[in-house]
Design a protein around this ligand. Structure first.
Ligand SMILES: *Cc1c(COP(=O)(O)O)cnc(C)c1O
Length: 385
């Protein structure tokens, strides 16, 4: 009768494989402690790495801006949606990342899809790390350029693939890998890119605000210049605690994106109040370096604690500290058990990660205390047995 019977079959099959997903209902704002499904829990799964998503100053900046600008932006940036608030945020982001200019997008997903497609066409080639974020892989697949995936963090593999002929060659990588927490080998990638005049595009969604002395991310962490990494993507929904994204680079790059990135041209500008709130979080992120320092202390504490329990960590200096489990069912079971102990950690399963590598993705935040990390470690020890 209806054509949807096979959807039921598909859903049943997801359930049987331990791949069924449900959304937890939050009844509190983001923070170290959240209320989820009616119960309080310590939150170790958000990307609010600096604890800015519900920071009183960021909230006040948002409220003030709503009073000034209203809620909706009314149109795309190129029509009449580009306010002075957006413009100032772009200039501040350009200064923060040490680049000529920056361009706002409504989400990181859209920034990545738009930027890759604006830069590449039929005679070009794109080279992507196998573990890149879905938006980067989708961006690569949406272009007419030849699509290459290289083994995770394997610059030698990139070198072999780069030998092919193409007008433009773009190497695309996460700065910090979102499900593993490791940092991309940017120096090695550069060494293979330069002889081929390939460009490097880094999506630093998880490094900005967190890595580098001033929080300028993985580029600062490695001491690279903007000409070495001409295309930098940042997202605002993670360490910045707001929403949206940007691409930063040369004036020419930004002008091309303004003209050719379809996810910029054909979409409504983010609300001006979000831009205003982000300006405040950018300033907090730059001034309050204690947030980064405290985060590093928690990362060390967590890693030392986990190895004492004997669990398998991944090589990560970032606040993303996954614990490898393997089976999806067991990862889900552990996550449920942790919630019973008042700890919120998500089980990450295929297709988000490769088959057989389901994990508990623990994320730490400057909003956590050492005592809260200790609680997490104790709960992990209990449920793992
Ligand atoms: C979260 C994320 C994105 C998407 O950003 P949104 O603003 O959430 O759409 C892109 N790239 C990476 C690496 C991410 O982790």
């Amino acid at each position: 009768m209806s054509g949807f019977a096979d959807l039921t079959v598909e859903l049943d099959s997801l359930r049987q494989q331990g791949l069924y997903r449900t959304r937890k209902l939050l009844t509190s704002p983001q923070g170290a402690v959240v209320e989820v499904n009616g119960k309080q829990a310590l939150n170790f799964c958000s990307n609010d790495y600096l604890g800015l998503a519900n920071h009183p100053e960021v909230v006040r900046a948002f409220q003030r801006a709503v009073n000034q600008w209203g809620v909706g932006s009314g149109a795309a940036h190129l029509v009449c949606g580009h306010t002075a608030e957006h413009h100032q945020l772009e200039e501040e982001l350009a200064a923060f990342t040490g680049r000529d200019r920056a361009l706002l997008f409504s989400t990181g997903y859209m920034a990545n899809i738009g930027a890759i497609a604006a830069l590449l066409g039929r005679n070009d080639a794109v080279f992507e790390d196998k573990l890149n974020h879905a938006s980067l892989l989708d961006g690569g697949l949406l272009t007419r350029a030849k699509f290459n995936r290289y083994r995770h963090a394997d610059a030698e593999h990139v070198r072999q693939l780069l030998a092919e002929d193409a007008r433009r060659k773009l190497i695309v990588t996460d700065g910090v890998f979102s499900m593993d927490g490791d940092v991309a080998p940017l120096k090695q990638l550069l060494a293979v890119a330069e002889p081929q005049q390939a460009w490097l595009m880094v999506d630093d969604a998880h490094g900005l605000g967190v890595l580098g002395k001033t929080g300028a991310g993985v580029i600062e962490h490695f001491g690279l210049t903007s000409s070495q990494v001409p295309v930098l993507v940042g997202t605002l929904g993670k360490a910045f605690g707001t929403a949206g994204a940007f691409v930063a680079g040369s004036a020419e790059l930004i002008e091309i994106l303004i003209h050719k990135a379809r996810t910029f041209v054909y979409t409504t500008a983010m609300p001006a109040a979000i831009a205003a709130a982000t300006r405040t979080s950018l300033s907090l992120l730059q001034q309050e370096s204690w947030r980064r320092e405290h985060l590093q202390i928690l990362i060390r504490q967590f890693r030392a604690g986990v190895s004492q329990i004997g669990l398998q960590l991944m090589p990560s200096i970032s606040p993303i500290q996954p614990i490898l489990v393997g089976s999806s069912e067991r990862a889900l079971f552990l996550s449920e058990q942790l919630l019973q102990h008042g700890i919120l950690v998500s089980a990450i399963r295929p297709p988000t990660v490769p088959k057989g590598s389901a994990r508990l993705r623990v994320t730490l935040s400057a909003a956590h205390s050492e005592a809260q990390v200790q609680q997490l470690l104790q709960a992990l020890e209990v449920v793992w047995r």
